[in-house]
Design a protein around this ligand. Structure first.
Ligand code: NAP
Length: 262
């Protein structure tokens, strides 16, 4: 029986990249989206094809849910139970950028609340729901070692003064990772954080020129845009249990952005 992965925000961008790599590794998938049904269906189709090309037969299900809303999160977990019957991996990927990218001195509470609901509250409470189920699975069968992976960002530690809410949410997600790692280790569940650098997606399309220049100027040692598949490959490495004695840890997928130079 295939393992099952639930990926939030998998209709486009990094989430789709993660779904494709997990499909190639033979995972059954729940592809969550917020509004873009057509893109989510396309992800499911591409995943089935990608799996077949790697000699796997997978099931790829699509489920609309706004991770910022409690009833939607419940429905998403319920859908996963009913359609695929197990959960081995939750990837908290869904996220939005700072609405309006306002300077710190102009940022509004309304936009802060909207972003926090999706980028921080969503992953926290979806992890809670998923973890209760994963604990049940482990109690029934101690060989079932589920995982949670949070997609954070270099913005968890690099300051952007026109995206304060986004940076704070990603920094908070780091604590969510460590909290759940500490709470769930006795239940065989490891929790990881993947921090992408600048990745080509709809989120970064509006600031493409700015990053083209920064990348060319050596912002990071590896002078190229990251691709969603770069993040997907990191997630597959973690999902494959090659880090059984590691939890609560950060994996940077950022072209070496953290390397300081003189
Ligand atoms: P994207 O291209 O804008 O895609 C966002 C995805 O999230 C879409 O699938 C979207 O669904 C979904 N989504 C948005 N709001 C949602 C909600 N309330 N509930 C459920 N799904 C929702 O973004 P991306 O660049 O792939 O980013 C994905 C994650 O990586 C985010 O957490 C982001 O912060 C993080 N990240 C991105 C970069 C980067 O450079 N791109 C770097 C570091 C970290 P619909 O298609 O239905 O709208």
């Amino acid at each position: 029986m295939n393992q099952v992965a639930l990926i939030t925000g998998a209709s486009r961008g990094i989430g789709r990249g993660i779904a494709l790599e997990l499909a190639a590794a033979g995972f059954d998938l729940v592809i969550n989206f917020a509004a873009n049904q057509e893109a989510a269906d396309e992800t499911a189709k591409l995943c089935t094809e990608r799996a077949a090309a790697a000699d796997h037969t997978i099931r790829a299900k699509v489920c609309q849910a706004d991770v910022g809303q409690a009833a939607h999160r419940e429905r998403l977990i319920g859908f996963t139970r009913e359609s695929l019957g197990r959960l081995d991996l939750l990837v908290n990927n869904a996220g939005i950028t700072s609405i309006g990218r306002a300077d710190l001195l102009d940022a509004t509470e309304k936009n802060w609340d909207a972003l926090m609901a999706i980028n921080l509250k969503g992953p926290f409470f979806l992890s809670q729901l998923a973890a209760r189920w994963m604990v049940e699975q482990f109690e029934a069968d101690a060989s079932r070692k589920a995982k949670i992976i949070n997609i954070s960002s270099v913005s968890a530690h690099a300051v952007s003064s026109n995206r304060g809410d986004y940076c704070v949410a990603k920094a908070g997600l780091g604590m969510v990772t460590r909290l759940f790692a500490a709470r769930l280790a006795d239940h065989g569940i490891n929790v990881y954080e993947v921090c992408p650098g600048v990745i080509a997606s709809d989120m970064t399309a509006p600031v493409r020129e700015k990053y083209d220049k920064l990348i060319a100027d050596g912002m990071a040692p590896i002078r190229r845009w990251g691709e969603p598949g770069d993040v997907g490959k990191a997630v597959v490495a973690l999902a494959h249990d090659y880090f059984p004695f590691t939890t609560g840890e950060v994996f940077n997928v950022d072209g070496g952005f953290n390397v300081r130079k003189l």
